[in-house]
Design a protein around this ligand. Structure first.
Ligand code: NAG
Ligand code: NAG
Length: 405
């Protein structure tokens, strides 16, 4: 699938070609709550009445959050507004983004309307998760879950470095820990643990490690350091560490998406294609990455003795609606609805861009991201897809299984 990328003029390419030299200069402040003080003596001195009152409040809280919690990690495909709160160019908070969202206003989602997590929340019967950085994410809203995703990030720390202030994976997981401390203060440690264990989790990451790292510029430092098969191995082994960290943090049902048809997005068609054919090199990257992702998830599951990690939409490097757009009601899967240049694939989607009148007829909203309609189809596939798409099982099966336990 599709990713927020840079719109670097070619003159700045050389600057970012040296980004590996500067990556370690970036230091990410770690926001830590002073959690150890929570257990201090003053808390233990609470009177029994206060404790009773607290229990009452907790009962109310839990009855208002009956649905399963949902947590989202990853990049722009699943970011629903965290980057609005950051000083970064990777953002979707101005029109025409959000033109088909219920409010008709931009939200930070890289879509004309709903994105993939929104449609999954709807399947869970829940409201959409709030971005973790949203000031509205307090009190009982925390029990719905949270979205930690940040446009521009990848598996590797130096992916998307041109976007400067974005929430890289390790930081997303730190925020998840911080989230758990905040929820513990509301409902207690045991119930927080349960909430996290029973939650559904979505992780969408990896595309930017190609688009905004290895293939960001011709002869990138990364591509001189690793040939493609070795780079894919590196990504898979780093992703495995992140997944084990997620497991340690209590997640037990994690949908992990593949990279999708990287070479077929309008941005790549505009930059690399002569006749509208997908970029062979980026398609090769996806076809190396996806099967290895499936294998890695399988081996993790067998190591853990449980189907914790579910591969989603990995078997194919081409989405069906890219090979046969008409079958899904799309008039095109090559031209972005919003953008400029060939295939509307160059630069950002802004008020000055071409904008298609009938958004439901376009598979791509902007140069990298699916339209709301395509997001809906992707989630339909996650929900009911055969094992060709969902390995070892689809989301309907997961929901049925988990409701029985
Ligand atoms: C990425 O950054 C985090 C936080 O600084 C660090 O813990 C982790 O080891 C880094 N990962 C790699 C592959 O360098
Ligand atoms: C989901 O997966 C199961 C098992 O592979 C399959 O039988 C079913 O048709 C799929 N779709 C739905 C809606 O459950």
């Amino acid at each position: 699938m599709l990713y927020q990328t840079s719109t670097l003029p070619s003159s700045s390419a050389s600057l970012f070609d040296h980004r590996q030299d500067i990556v370690f200069l970036f230091c990410f402040a770690i926001l830590k709550t002073n959690d150890s003080s929570m257990a201090s003596a003053s808390y233990l001195a609470l009177g029994s009445l206060a404790i009773f009152g607290l229990a009452m409040a907790l009962g109310t809280l839990s009855s208002q959050a009956e649905g399963r919690a949902f947590f989202v990690f990853g990049d722009s495909l699943v970011d629903n507004g965290n980057n609005n709160y950051l000083a970064t160019t990777a953002r979707a908070d101005s029109p025409p983004y959000g033109i088909d969202y219920p409010t008709g206003r931009p939200t930070g989602r890289f879509s004309n309307g709903f994105n993939i997590p929104d449609f999954i929340s709807q399947q869970l019967g829940a409201e959409s998760t709030l971005p973790y950085l949203s000031p509205e994410l307090t009190g009982q809203k925390l029990l719905v879950g949270a979205n930690f995703a940040s446009a521009g990030i990848g598996i590797l720390n130096d992916t998307g470095i041109q976007f400067v202030n974005i929430i890289r994976m390790s930081r997303q997981l730190e925020y998840f820990q911080q989230y758990q401390q905040r929820v513990s203060a509301l409902i207690g440690t045991q119930r927080t643990k349960q909430l996290v264990n029973q939650a559904l989790v979505l992780l969408t990451v990896g595309g930017n490690d190609f688009v905004n790292n290895y293939y960001l510029v011709p002869f990138s430092a990364r591509s001189r350091q690793y040939d493609l098969p070795d780079y894919v191995k590196l990504l898979i082994s780093e992703l495995k560490k992140l997944l084990l960290r997620m497991y340690d943090l209590g997640t037990r049902r994690v949908l992990v998406t593949g990279t999708g048809p990287l070479g077929c997005v309008p941005a790549e068609l505009a930059q690399r294609s002569r006749n509208g054919e997908c970029s062979a090199e980026l398609q090769r990257a996806a076809s190396l990455y996806n099967p290895q992702l499936v294998q890695m998830l399988k081996s993790l599951n067998s190591q853990l003795g449980s189907d914790v990690f579910i591969a989603a939409n990995t078997q194919q490097t081409r989405n069906d609606f890219i090979s046969n757009p008409q079958a899904f009601g799309f008039s095109t899967s090559k031209i972005a609805c919003c953008g400029q240049g060939p295939y509307n694939g160059l630069g950002l989607c802004t008020v000055a861009s071409n904008l298609c009148p009938n958004r439901g007829r376009y598979a791509f909203w902007d140069a990298f991201h699916p339209s709301e309609k395509a997001n809906k189809l992707i989630v339909q596939n996650i929900l009911t897809g055969s094992t060709k798409y969902m390995d070892p099982m689809n989301l309907s099966t997961i929901l049925a299984l988990d409701s029985r336990t």
